[in-house]
Design a protein around this ligand. Structure first.
Ligand code: PMV
Length: 307
């Protein structure tokens, strides 16, 4: 039979990373960039990985893959991955890998890779990567729509995303600002601070959740300036929580200087990682940044597309 090919989209969180872990809503959308998986019939179920990956990354990924494979009866398929996203930058590369693999395993097992089924299986893989992820990454990737996501209260089950419709194209520039620590570490360090000063941190998490809900309403009303402002305020709160860095701040101000309606770090943050800016016209900003040697790209997250 012919080779199978599947895709898992990367994601960008516009509002509410970290506070989403504590039960507040987050606004996140799919990137057109992601991870491709290719599957060929084989004697047993297996995964081959790019040689550029570290030994630790491979071991973790293989473990996650085999865990998901077991759940669908280990279909005899040899899966290889082609990541177009920078790994571990906060763009949901692990979720994109999980969704691409989940869809592949479902197809190989003769099952329909619906967003729900693929999401559920990808969730099994994600737990291997993150420990206790909120689920926003793989849910956004599996649905490939702009979502207001909320984690299921008081359980380890996956949460729910509500589709947010945009009457206007929602276009962003994503720029990379240096290396960063693993999400698990950044999330864990924040958990220790919030355990020590719970009320202070809960107040900020609640504010971030409000910004995500307000941002979703702004999107639905076509109010991109309102969304941009919410992003800027969210960045201030992320910095207050100790999740920003000089490299991230510099990139945030660069994007604002290039005309972003709003700009903030996206994903776990920490020492470095990805920054997202909301733009009416992303191309000139991408050209300018590329000339300066910044790794960046643009993507449309929602809204009507030019044909
Ligand atoms: O940086 P990423 O892509 O791993 O995003 C993590 C988002 C967090 O809210 C920080 C963690 C989570 O599980 O939601």
């Amino acid at each position: 039979s012919p080779p199978l090919s599947t895709f898992g989209a990367g994601k960008v969180i516009l509002l509410g990373e970290h506070s989403v872990v504590y039960g507040h809503p987050a606004l996140a959308g799919p990137l057109s960039q992601g991870v491709k998986a290719r599957g060929v019939p084989a004697r047993k179920c297996q995964l081959t990985l790019p040689a550029t990956m570290s030994r630790a990354q491979r071991a973790q990924l293989t473990g996650a893959f085999l865990r998901a494979a077991k759940l669908v009866g280990e279909p005899p398929v040899k899966v290889s991955l082609d990541p177009e996203l920078p790994l571990s930058a906060g763009l949901g590369s692990s979720a994109a890998v999980s969704v691409a693999c989940a869809r592949m395993l479902l197809c190989a097992a003769g099952r329909e890779p619906t967003p729900k089924e693929a999401g559920r299986l990808a969730w099994e893989m994600e737990q291997e990567f993150h420990g206790t992820p909120s689920g926003v990454d793989h849910t956004t990737s599996a649905h490939e729509q702009l979502l207001l996501y909320r984690r299921a209260p008081g359980s380890s089950d996956v949460g729910r995303g509500k589709v947010v419709d945009s009457p206007r194209p929602l276009r962003v520039v994503v720029a990379l600002a240096g290396e960063r620590s693993p999400t698990k570490k950044t999330v864990g360090a924040l958990r220790e601070r919030q355990a020590r000063w719970p009320e202070r941190y809960q107040r900020l998490f609640a504010q971030m959740g409000k910004l995500a809900s307000e941002g979703a309403r702004a999107v639905e009303a076509g109010d991109l300036e309102g969304l941009g402002d919410a992003m800027n305020v969210n960045q201030g709160l992320l910095a207050a929580l100790g999740l920003s860095s000089p490299a991230l701040e510099e990139m945030v101000y660069r994007l604002r200087g290039l005309g972003a309606l709003g700009a903030k770090l996206t994903g776990a943050g920490g020492d470095g990682g990805a920054v997202v800016g909301l733009f009416l016209e992303p191309e000139p900003a991408v050209d300018q940044l590329t000339r300066l040697g910044v790794r960046c790209f643009s993507s449309q997250l929602a809204g009507p597309r030019a044909t």
